[in-house]
Ligand binder design. Structure first.
Ligand SMILES: Cc1cc2nc3c(=O)[nH]c(=O)nc-3n(C[C@H](O)[C@H](O)[C@H](O)COP(=O)(O)OP(=O)(O)OC[C@H]3O[C@@H](n4cnc5c(N)ncnc54)[C@H](O)[C@@H]3O)c2cc1C
Length: 531
């Protein structure tokens, strides 16, 4: 049996970061295991390619949420990366950290070492900020963070409109304050996606002390008493077992980390019993506390053919865009999911923003489907700190079966109210002359839908996930916590979870950079505990 000091399961945003940092001192033998394959699909690296990866089973788990018989009454797509880099290889590349208050709240919940002041150094450590170094940004890390190179008139129009409507301008959502309107930065470099695999594995691949196994689906953690010792996995139809002499680290993401724990006997006993799985240690919180960002799209038909819709629908524009990308690394093909947007409050009494808006330079009715025939833009309003909670649980003892994913979107009334208010605020911004000069009409929800009931019906049909599930192996001190503040799984030894699932509450923004921060901090904690 092959033996390693550390086995990291899952080569996503967190797993790649861990593999790099834990191997840095050369003292440890590390195995990084990934169910997906190598990141060779060219659409991974061309930023606009994310649209092509939504439905590609070679790089995406293509999960579907359970039919929701609560409020939304439907099932939704729940894409997750299944490839080196994980979801960072298929995501929208927006670089956002969340609000200071998010992390101070984690600290208030009892998680020593996770206040904003504690974690800021790890955001900086990870970063290569194109604008240079300052008290909020670093330049010596691995993760390229870049400004876009196009001045799209619609992005400027949206920011100008918001500012004229009384909102603040903000050139750096990851600086002193998040609130306001301005440009997004992306995890791209020289016009190419900068996934966690690009950022952290390029050097690692050359190291003798790291073994990367792709196409390896982890099926079980094997315990000796309550000590995690081995990982069982299936590769090419064959069952294999490898051993960790120091620790096993789960970085399978918010859907699959709780799934693997449950399959291995860590979880709610009643659930495990129902599938004939012997309980190694009962932890009621495994798979609970699922939180995700839900959004409401407001879609406009425009009077100028300058959106992705127009490139997609016209052969000559497609050629032009392709050439612009090949020769200048600019234009629509180099685009992260949004050039501009903003963070705002739906109620002035709130302490911080509760909505993120993004101007997507395309419009489509079906996610992953073809863009509309007309020039179109989607202004997305994302609810930053939803109160609705769902769960992830195994639906079979077969480790290759997908888990049951039930986010319970918008099940709490105040979540619905905030999104409804956000639609009205976005409408006000888009009616400002700076933006409205480009608008033919609001297509969705459509101005004929204005009452609360009509907008709620719209949310029921058209609200979408922003693909940020977290919280299913939450860090904490209460009886639903799965890991402690060092991310060690409670009640057993030599086992940690390091990925988006450990967030006790969802951060106010996109989750790739926060997950990388978590892995940066975890690497330090792991190395320190083995000194
Ligand atoms: C479509 C989409 C768009 C997004 N857009 C943005 C954005 O613009 N900005 C942003 O900040 N965030 C975005 N996100 C979210 C962000 O990418 C994720 O929060 C982040 O990548 C999560 O990192 P992770 O390490 O927790 O999980 P992942 O990166 O998902 O990594 C988990 C890894 O574990 C592997 N794995 C799972 N099960 C097994 C198993 N049994 N055996 C072996 N390996 C396994 C998976 O294949 C995967 O590679 C987006 C996500 C998606 C899906």
């Amino acid at each position: 049996m092959d033996e390693f000091d550390f086995i990291i399961v899952g080569a996503g945003s967190a797993g790649c970061t861990l593999a790099s940092r834990l191997s840095e001192n050369g003292k440890y033998n590390i195995c990084l295991m990934e169910a997906g394959g190598k990141d060779t699909n060219p659409w991974i690296h061309v930023p606009i390619g994310y649209a092509k990866l939504f439905t590609n089973k070679n790089v995406n788990w293509l999960y579907q949420t359970k039919y929701d018989d609560g409020w939304v009454k439907r099932s939704m797509a729940a894409p997750r990366g299944k490839v080196l880099g994980g979801s960072s290889s298929i995501n929208g590349m927006i670089y956002i950290r969340g609000q200071k208050e998010d992390y101070n709240h984690w600290r208030q919940l009892g998680n020593t070492g996770w206040s904003y002041d504690d974690i800021l150094p790890y955001f900086k450590k990870a970063e290569i900020q194109e604008r240079g170094e300052n008290e909020f940004h670093g330049i010596s890390g691995n993760l390229h963070v870049s400004d876009h190179k196009d001045n799209h008139p619609l992005a400027k129009a949206y920011v100008d409109a918001a500012v004229e409507e009384g909102f603040k301008a903000n050139n750096d959502f990851n600086g002193e304050t998040q609130e306001g309107f301005g440009p997004y930065q992306w995890t791209t470099y020289k016009g190419r996606r900068w996934s966690a695999a690009k950022a952290y594995l390029s050097d690692v691949k050359k190291k003798k002390n790291v073994t990367i196994i792709t196409g390896a689906h982890a099926t079980k953690i094997i315990f000796d008493q309550k000590v995690a010792k081995q990982i069982e996995y299936i590769k090419d139809g064959k069952i294999n077992v490898i051993q960790a002499n120091k620790e096993i680290i789960l970085s399978l993401g918010a859907f699959n980390s709780p799934q693997l724990l449950q399959l291995s006997g860590i979880g709610p006993k009643k659930l495990l019993d129902s599938y004939g799985i012997e309980t190694v240690h009962e932890l009621k919180g495994v798979g609970e506390n699922l939180q995700d960002h839900i959004n409401a799209p407001v879609i406009y038909q425009l009077n100028k053919p300058f959106t992705v819709n127009d490139v997609y629908n016209n052969f000559f524009r497609r050629i032009g865009s392709g050439l612009e990308y090949i020769f200048k690394r600019k234009g629509m093909l180099s685009m992260g999911v949004a050039y501009a947007g903003g963070f705002f409050k739906t109620n002035e009494t709130f302490e911080t923003s509760d909505i993120q808006s993004l101007v997507l330079m395309f419009s489509t009715t079906a996610i992953g489907g073809a863009p509309h025939k007309y020039p179109g833009v989607t202004v997305v309003c994302t609810l930053l700190r939803p109160e609705s909670r769902g769960y992830v649980k195994i639906s079979s003892s077969d480790p290759l079966s997908p888990p049951e994913i039930a986010p319970n979107y918008l099940s709490v009334e105040s979540d619905r109210q905030k999104l409804l208010d956000a639609i009205r605020i976005v409408r006000r911004i888009c009616e400002n002359k700076n933006f409205s000069k480009y608008v033919v009409q609001e297509e969705y929800p459509g101005l004929d839908k204005d009452s609360d009931d009509q907008l709620l019906d719209y949310l029921k049909d058209m609200s979408r996930t922003s693909y940020h599930p977290v919280g299913t192996c939450k860090m904490g001190t209460d009886n639903m916590a799965v890991v402690d503040n060092e991310l060690k799984v409670s009640g057993v030894r030599s086992l940690r979870v390091v990925d988006a699932s450990i967030m006790p509450t969802l951060v106010s923004g996109n989750t790739n950079a926060p997950t990388i921060m978590i892995a940066e901090k975890a690497s330090d904690m792991i190395l320190n505990s083995h000194k």
